[in-house]
Design a protein around this ligand. Structure first.
Ligand code: PA5
Ligand code: NI
Length: 186
């Protein structure tokens, strides 16, 4: 028999990779100034606090190549606003992406180039097809870490600058006893 390769493994319940060379990136509160609506609350938090960690499998890049990574977005709020990722368009706007919810509860905020925003519920097993020309951001509305696996073209690139003015929607904890969160126009 030929040698059989043991591929990378992901634990579906936690998003923890094994047997994979990983590239890790940590984003802390200090890295996201002016992202949360309550600036005073942001300044009152520990700037070193981790917002999210992204682990990407170190794999070949180039036209047609795919990257696989997991985002672990921690639970928390700045004022009443839930922890979220920075969010981006792809530098190559025509490139899409797929997210899979692994654990925790949250929302995927999607926004078109013309500024129309919509939300998809992220939970274990949810599949999110992010179309081309669509900005995306994860929001953790729960009290556990929200982990999602992503697959995207290595050539897609990240354009953060295009969203310097922020997304059109923000998600806050709700004081209404029947719902956990509420979205407000920015
Ligand atoms: O490829 C993606 O869209 C994700 O892996 C994100 O990069 C990840 O969730 C971190 O978000 P951001 O790149 O907006 O900081
Ligand atoms: Ni992306």
């Amino acid at each position: 028999n030929p040698d059989v390769i043991l591929p990378p493994q992901v634990a579906w319940a936690s998003g923890v990779f094994a047997n994979a060379p990983l590239i890790r990136k940590t984003t802390r509160l200090a890295d996201l100034p002016d992202f949360f609506s309550d600036n005073n609350a942001w300044r009152g938090c520990d700037p070193q606090q981790r917002l999210y960690d992204v682990e990407t499998i170190d794999s070949p890049s180039g036209e047609g190549a795919l990257y696989v990574g997991v985002t672990h977005l921690y639970a928390g709020k700045i004022g009443d606003e839930f922890f979220m990722t920075r969010g981006h368009f792809h530098q190559r706007r025509e490139q899409g992406e797929v997210y899979f919810g692994l654990c925790g509860r949250g929302l995927l905020l999607l926004q078109t180039a013309s500024g129309e925003a919509r939300l998809e519920r992220v939970k274990p097993g949810s599949v999110h097809i992010i179309p081309s020309f669509t900005a995306h951001r994860l929001i953790n509305t729960g009290d556990e870490t929200l982990s999602a696996l992503a697959v995207w073209p290595s050539v897609a690139g990240h354009d953060y600058a295009a969203l310097a003015g922020g997304f059109a929607l923000r998600v806050f904890a709700s004081d209404h006893h029947l719902q956990e969160w509420e979205a407000r126009n920015d």
